[in-house]
Design a protein around this ligand. Structure first.
Ligand SMILES: [Zn+2]
Length: 384
């Protein structure tokens, strides 16, 4: 996500849909909401518009059938339900949609707690609302955790480390209550979640990652340079097509070929930070000191060599670790992944690589590498 959103500033009203409602760029408000409310998620409209009504009808039908018998009871459900719904809508407070959401959620959760053992169709609705309430609570916890994950610099790294060890301690302590099986399962789940967060380059669990730029022209990003064999060829090719790219440079290689790094900047391209030594096998599990050193040293070398301080960071093979984001936040950098790639660092068949990258559309961020021997052909295919 770019974090820019669209002009309306859409954001789900509830934590529930902010967390579980899918990526922000798919949220669209219609004209009614634009003029009346801040914005509303489609799922929230569905819940407040339909599920609330259905629940009220279910509650009314239970009551009517009990007092008037099944026949008359079911006949009266529609008119009485409509009256009840209108009365409730009149009395439930909140002109703002956020207050409305909370009012209905609390009202229906209280009702659900009361009716959950009803033993008929009302209980079914009651459990549904209890589930919605529980999920909403979980979503609030996730948002709270997300807030704490935005702490930058050393305080952020210490906090993340404490959280990581704290969770393991909790899993370990589990064995006194539920035995070793659950303790082990808890510990393993933490590892699996961590691996998923780190090893999937576009995953945002550890902090914001730009992998798509809504509405912007496609962006070509070239990793692992500068490279004496290929950088000059790529620069000429980009010039010929009037294209600008982002070169994610490795600090050590900038030190070895400073004139190439300067040439990239001179020709109007952006340079990004791709760590000092590109530890592709171990960056995912690097500790706080090493992570910081890799990013800071590369930043320093690029700034000293080219006079430009990078504002973009890309982790080696896209594997960020627990401490990457506090460092990049401290330096005011954006972590960038990609939306299209052709695995050009492993596959030497240009047509296969291009087949995976293309088609490239608006918003796409294309990842390619130099030093592969096929970089010029790949770039040629992409710019055309
Ligand atoms: Zn790389």
């Amino acid at each position: 996500m770019t974090g820019s959103g669209d002009a309306v500033g859409n954001r789900a009203v509830s934590a529930l849909f902010r967390v579980f409602g899918g990526p922000g760029r798919r949220w669209v408000a219609d004209g009614f909401e634009r003029t009346t409310f801040r914005a509303m998620h489609a799922g929230e409209r569905l819940l407040l518009g339909w599920l609330v009504s259905l629940t009220v009808f279910a509650a009314v039908s239970e009551w009517l059938v009990r007092w008037t018998g099944p026949w008359i009871g079911w006949l009266l459900v529609l008119p009485v339900g409509l009256v009840a719904l209108n009365l409730l809508a009149f009395f439930v407070p909140g002109k703002k949609v956020a207050v409305q959401w909370w009012s209905w959620l609390l009202l229906l959760t209280a009702w659900a707690w009361w009716r959950k053992d009803a033993g008929n169709h009302t209980a079914w609705f009651a459990w549904l609302w209890l589930g919605i309430f529980a999920l909403n609570a979980v979503a609030h916890l996730i948002l709270l955790l997300g807030m704490t994950l935005r702490i930058s610099g050393w305080p952020g790294m210490v906090w993340r480390l404490s959280l990581f060890f704290g969770l393991h301690v909790i899993a370990f302590v589990d064995h006194w209550f539920w035995g070793w099986t659950w303790a082990l399962l808890g510990g393993m789940s933490i590892s699996v979640i961590y691996c998923l967060a780190v090893l999937r380059p576009r995953c945002q669990w550890l902090g914001p990652v730009t992998d798509f730029r809504e509405g912007r022209p496609p962006l070509i990003t070239i990793d692992d340079g500068p490279c004496p064999d290929e950088t000059p060829v790529l620069l000429d090719l980009l010039d010929r097509h009037g294209r600008r790219a982002v070169f994610f440079l490795i600090g050590d290689k900038v030190r070895a070929h400073p004139e190439l790094a300067r040439e990239i900047v001179r020709r109007g391209h952006e340079v990004g930070n791709h760590t000092m030594t590109h530890p592709q096998a171990t960056f995912w599990c690097a500790g706080p000191w090493r992570t910081r050193r890799e990013i800071l040293e590369c930043q320093k070398v690029i700034a000293e060599t080219t006079g430009v301080t990078p504002r973009l960071f890309r982790a080696p093979v896209g594997h960020r670790n627990l401490f990457t984001h506090p460092v990049t936040a401290e330096l005011g950098m954006e972590v960038m992944a990609w939306s299209r790639r052709g695995f050009d660092a492993v596959d030497k068949d240009v047509s296969k690589v291009l087949e995976k990258i293309l088609p490239v559309g608006r918003g796409d961020i294309v990842l390619m590498h130099e030093g592969t021997g096929i970089a010029a052909e790949v770039l040629g295919g992409v710019v055309e």
